[in-house]
Design a protein around this ligand. Structure first.
Ligand code: NAP
Length: 355
C-alpha cells in the first residue's frame, strides 16, 4: 500500500478556512509540498496568513470553486493525496438547498470526479462532521459511534447536518469505485487558535460572542469540543497511517456553554462574559428573532448532552486530546494576537464596534 513521503504533494481544498489552515501549517511543518485551493488566491485577507507559514515556499495557492464543474481537475494533477475540507459552513441561508446542501454534495462530487480522472492519488481524507453522525431524534442516553448516521436531518430543519451527511455518503459511494484509500473524519465543535478575522465566522464565533458581551446569559447548550490542532493532527495521521480506514469521531469531551464562560471569565475577568445561565423560555423568545434557531432545534438541544465514543480516534490515529481549558484560553489569546479583541474594552454590553 502506498504511503505519503515528505516531499510528496498534497492537495487541500478550502485552504483559507479555519481548519484547513491548521492542516496546511502541519503539512508544511512535516516537509510536504502543499497545493491549496481557495476561491480567490489574490484575496490577501483570506490568504496572507498562509503565505506567512514556515515552509510557505512549498505552498502553492490555486483557484477552484466547489460549484464549478471541472475546477478541481488541474489542482489534483501531480498530487499523491487529497484533503477535502471545503464546504459551506453555515447553519442557515436564504436558500439552504442551494447555498449549503448543494455546495457540500456537488462540491464533493466534483472533487472526486477530478480524483478519479487523475493518476497517482492513493489517499483521500474527507473532513466530515459529527453532524453526519448525531441523529438528534435519538434518545439523549444513546452513545454514538462510527456506525451511526444522522438520518433525521432535512433541508428545512437542519440543512448543515444534512449537507455533511449527504456529502460524506457521496464520498463513501465514490470510494467503492475508486482505486485509493478514503478516510473520513467527524469532528465535534472545533475550537482553538484562529489565524485571521475570517476564522471567527466559523465555530470560534461562540467564544468571541461570549467574550464580547453578546450573551448577557449563557444559553443551556452543551457541545462536544475538540481542539483545531488535534483535528489537524488527525488529518495528518489519517494521511500517513496506511491502516487508517473508515470513519472517525474526533471529539474530546462535552462542555456546557456555562463551563466555556467560566473558563474564559477566570482568565479574562474584565471581559463581559456571562455569569449565569439563560432560562430556556428566554431562548425560545430569542428564536423568534434569530433565523438560525428554530423551536424544534431548541426542543431537541437545550439541556441535552449527546454522548460520543472517541475510542477509534485514539486507537487508530493515536490522538491524545489536549485539555479543553487550554483550547479555550489559546483561542481567546489568538483573538487578542489577531487584533480581534482588546482586553481593555471590557464594559458589559458595550463591545467595541470593530470587535
Ligand atoms: P471555514 O473556515 O468556513 O472553511 C470552509 C472553507 O470552505 C473556506 O475556505 C471556504 O472558502 C470554503 N468554501 C465554501 N464554499 C466554497 C465554494 N463554493 N467553493 C470553494 N470553497 C468553498 O470552516 P471550517 O470550520 O474550517 O470547516 C472546514 C471543514 O470542517 C468543513 O467541511 C466543515 O463542515 C468541517 N467541520 C467544521 C467543524 C467546526 O466546528 N468548525 C466541525 C466539524 C466539521 P471561502 O473562505 O472562500 O468562503
Amino acid at each position: 500500500m502506498s504511503t505519503l513521503q515528505p516531499g510528496d504533494r498534497v492537495l487541500v481544498t478550502g485552504g483559507s478556512g479555519y481548519i484547513a489552515s491548521h492542516i496546511i501549517e502541519q503539512l508544511l511543518r512535516g516537509g510536504f509540498e502543499v497545493r491549496a485551493t481557495v476561491r480567490n488566491p489574490d484575496d490577501d485577507a483570506k490568504t496572507s496568513h498562509l503565505r506567512a507559514f514556515e515552509g510557505a515556499d512549498r505552498l502553492e495557492l490555486v483557484a477552484a470553486d466547489l460549484m464549478k464543474k471541472g475546477d478541481f481537475h488541474e489542482p489534483v494533477a501531480g498530487c499523491k493525496a487529497v484533503v477535502h475540507a471545503a464546504s459551506s459552513v453555515r447553519l442557515n441561508a436564504k436558500d439552504p438547498q442551494r447555498d449549503i446542501v448543494d455546495v457540500a454534495v456537488e462540491g464533493t462530487r466534483n472533487v472526486f470526479e477530478a480524483i478519479d480522472a487523475a493518476q497517482g492519488i492513493h489517499t483521500v481524507v474527507v473532513t466530515s462532521s459529527i453532524a453526519a453522525v448525531i441523529d438528534d431524534a435519538k434518545d439523549p442516553s444513546y452513545r454514538f459511534d462510527e456506525d451511526d448516521w444522522n438520518e433525521s436531518a432535512t433541508v428545512h430543519t437542519a440543512p448543515y447536518p444534512l449537507s455533511k451527511a449527504m456529502a460524506e455518503r457521496m464520498a463513501w459511494t465514490r470510494a467503492e469505485q475508486g482505486d485509493y484509500r478514503v478516510v473520513t473524519l467527524n469532528p465535534g465543535l472545533v475550537l482553538g487558535p484562529v489565524f485571521t478575522k475570517g476564522h471567527i465566522r466559523s465555530s470560534p464565533n461562540v467564544l468571541h460572542d461570549l467574550l464580547s458581551g453578546k450573551f448577557p446569559l449563557a444559553p443551556r447548550f452543551r457541545f462536544s469540543v475538540v481542539d483545531v490542532r488535534d483535528v489537524a493532527k488527525a488529518h495528518l495521521e489519517a494521511l500517513l497511517r496506511p491502516g487508517a480506514q473508515g470513519r472517525h469521531i474526533i471529539s474530546n469531551r462535552n462542555v456546557s456553554m456555562r463551563e466555556l464562560a467560566d473558563i474564559l471569565r477566570a482568565e479574562h475577568p474584565s471581559r463581559p462574559v456571562p455569569r449565569f445561565q439563560m432560562p430556556n423560555f428566554a431562548m425560545y423568545a430569542v428564536a423568534l428573532f434569530d433565523k438560525r434557531l428554530s423551536w424544534d432545534f431548541l426542543r431537541r438541544n437545550l439541556d441535552v448532552e449527546r454522548r460520543l465514543d472517541n475510542t477509534k480516534s485514539k486507537q487508530a490515529l493515536g490522538i491524545e486530546y489536549r485539555p479543553v481549558d487550554q483550547t479555550i484560553l489559546d483561542t481567546a489569546r489568538s483573538f487578542v494576537d489577531a487584533g480581534l479583541l482588546s482586553l481593555l474594552s471590557a464594559v458589559r454590553g458595550w463591545p467595541r464596534s470593530w470587535e
